[in-house]
Design a protein around this ligand. Structure first.
Ligand code: AN0
Ligand code: CP
Length: 317
């Protein structure tokens, strides 16, 4: 593994998830692997879990970590080639990224989509601008279209909480007041399509994901129908991909409630967090014993450690 950008950088998702489970049992077994090495984490957007768990993962491997809140603390970055920089941008990505990579052995980047320019977002414009201008591995901490550290964590968590070889996993759209990225859903779908699970996606009409992510998943527009026999309910809001970045008017109530969870096969409830209570998911779900959102978030540290360990071993950075 050179970079960790999306599921295609992984040979076998189940093997990597198992490595994350193994690492969890002995977090400090590889603490010399990253000795005298530095991971720089670049955030263009807010984060709680990714910010802390990625630092912990790198530090468990003996690495130093430096955080750069690029849009707040640094010079405003220009990404367009040939730009005449007589406006607000003060530094070009060509120098900015190249300089950061001089200080780093691995770079982590979080850069959300614009949700206005579909073509630019789905070409992963910002992530690729960084890739073009650095000479060290990049770990995607959520880009314009995917969130692979989250998806690896999700698969690891499903394996931890299920004794079934092929559990039924349901990704359900849930309401939100703001237009959110499709990243978590896209990414979850492409990982589940490569995992040994029965995978169903349920959402209102108009919220179809790009086919390259939903792939062979079973799409069920009736939420109650989709919940039947589910072993895992994974809730997430996303804005429309078709009517790009928009929130569409819908008739039914898609919020996850305990009543809906009772339709399942005593399913565990998962969400990547942050989750707006009583908008996305009701209190009675998040407070139930079947909610595993905290354990899921905790696993971010272990999953990320499996990724960084693989990069350190493979690239001998
Ligand atoms: C982000 C999203 O939906 O992509 C980050 C989730 C990990 N969520 C929000 O902006 C609320
Ligand atoms: N799940 C997740 O990535 O959370 P943060 O946005 O808080 O990092």
């Amino acid at each position: 593994m050179k970079n960790f950008l999306n599921v295609n950088d992984v040979n076998d998702v189940e093997v990597l998830a198992q490595q994350a489970i193994d690492i969890k049992k002995n977090k400090f077994a590889y603490k010399h692997l990253g000795e005298n090495k530095t991971m720089v984490l670049i955030f263009l957007n807010s984060s709680l879990r990714t910010r802390i768990s990625t630092q912990k993962a790198a530090q468990n491997l003996g690495m130093q970590t430096i955080i750069l809140n690029l849009t707040q603390d640094s010079w405003q970055m220009e990404y367009e080639d040939g730009a005449i920089m007589n406006g607000t941008t003060a530094e070009h990505i060509k120098e900015g990224a190249a300089v950061i990579s001089e200080y780093a052995d691995i770079i982590g980047i979080r850069s959300f989509p614009t949700l206005t320019d579909k073509e630019k977002d789905y070409s992963e414009f910002v992530l690729h601008k960084f890739l073009e201008n650095v000479n060290v591995p990049i770990v995607n901490m959520e880009s314009a279209t995917v969130h692979p550290l989250q998806s690896l964590t999700d698969l690891m968590t499903i394996r931890e909480f299920s004794n079934k070889k092929k559990p039924k996993v349901v990704l359900t759209w849930a309401p939100h007041i703001k237009p959110l990225p499709q990243c978590v859903a896209n990414s979850f779908a492409e990982w589940m399509n490569k995992a040994d699970v029965e995978f169903v996606i349920t959402h209102p009409k108009g919220y179809e994901l790009a086919e390259r992510f939903s792939g062979k998943a079973n799409i069920e527009y009736n939420q109650a129908e989709a919940f039947k026999n589910a072993d895992f309910i994974y809730a997430k809001n996303w804005s429309s991909y078709l009517d790009y970045g928009k929130i569409l008017p819908i008739d039914e109530d898609w919020m996850i409630t305990d009543k809906k969870m009772q339709l399942t096969n005593q399913a565990k409830f998962m969400h990547c967090l942050p989750a707006r209570r009583n908008v996305v998911v009701a209190d009675d779900v998040l407070d139930a014993a079947y909610s595993i959102v905290i354990q899921q978030a905790a696993n971010r540290e272990n999953a990320t450690q499996a990724v960084i360990k693989t990069i350190l071993e493979n690239n001998q950075v």
